[in-house]
Ligand binder design. Structure first.
Ligand SMILES: [Cu+2]
Length: 146
């Protein structure tokens, strides 16, 4: 009986480990290099992605301590909102609110209409899934003027 209980525990542990995704090193940090929260800018907006403690690798690259950048635009913080929980298991969607930089790009230029916009950087693993300890920036709000 005891043996069976241990097996069940190990199976549960390995399942949860899989669901938790790729490990990230302690202290890994992603950040906006050229934009501060509250900044007023004009469109097109150049956004430069900073990463410390890890390396950038193209999507599909299975290499320890690497990932590729994602930019979340005008949506709730990672893990929040309608599909928040699924993002950790299934990966980030790709649409107007979720930009993937699977080529390993470290900056982009956005055409944004005038008004307030929120931005958040999220590092994703080879399969676009946030790391086990998610490597995310703060959500910043920028105002685009005409
Ligand atoms: Cu991706």
């Amino acid at each position: 009986m005891k043996f069976i209980a241990i097996c069940a525990t190990l199976a549960a542990l390995s399942t949860s480990a899989m669901a938790q995704g790729t490990p990230a090193p302690d202290g890994a940090n992603v950040y906006f290099v050229n934009l501060e929260d509250g900044a007023t800018v004009t469109s097109p907006v150049t956004v430069v992605f900073g990463l410390s403690g890890m390396g950038v690798a193209p999507a599909g690259t299975e290499k320890e301590n690497t990932g590729h950048h994602h930019l979340l635009i005008n949506r709730p913080p990672l893990g929040e909102g309608e599909f928040g929980a699924e993002e950790f298991a299934l990966g980030l969607p790709s649409d107007d609110n979720h930009k993937h930089f699977g080529g390993g790009q470290t900056e982009t230029t956005l055409d944004l209409p005038p008004g307030e916009h929120t931005l958040q950087l999220v590092l994703g693993d080879a399969g676009h899934v946030p790391h086990a300890t998610p490597v995310v920036s703060d959500v910043i709000t920028i105002t685009v003027t005409e």
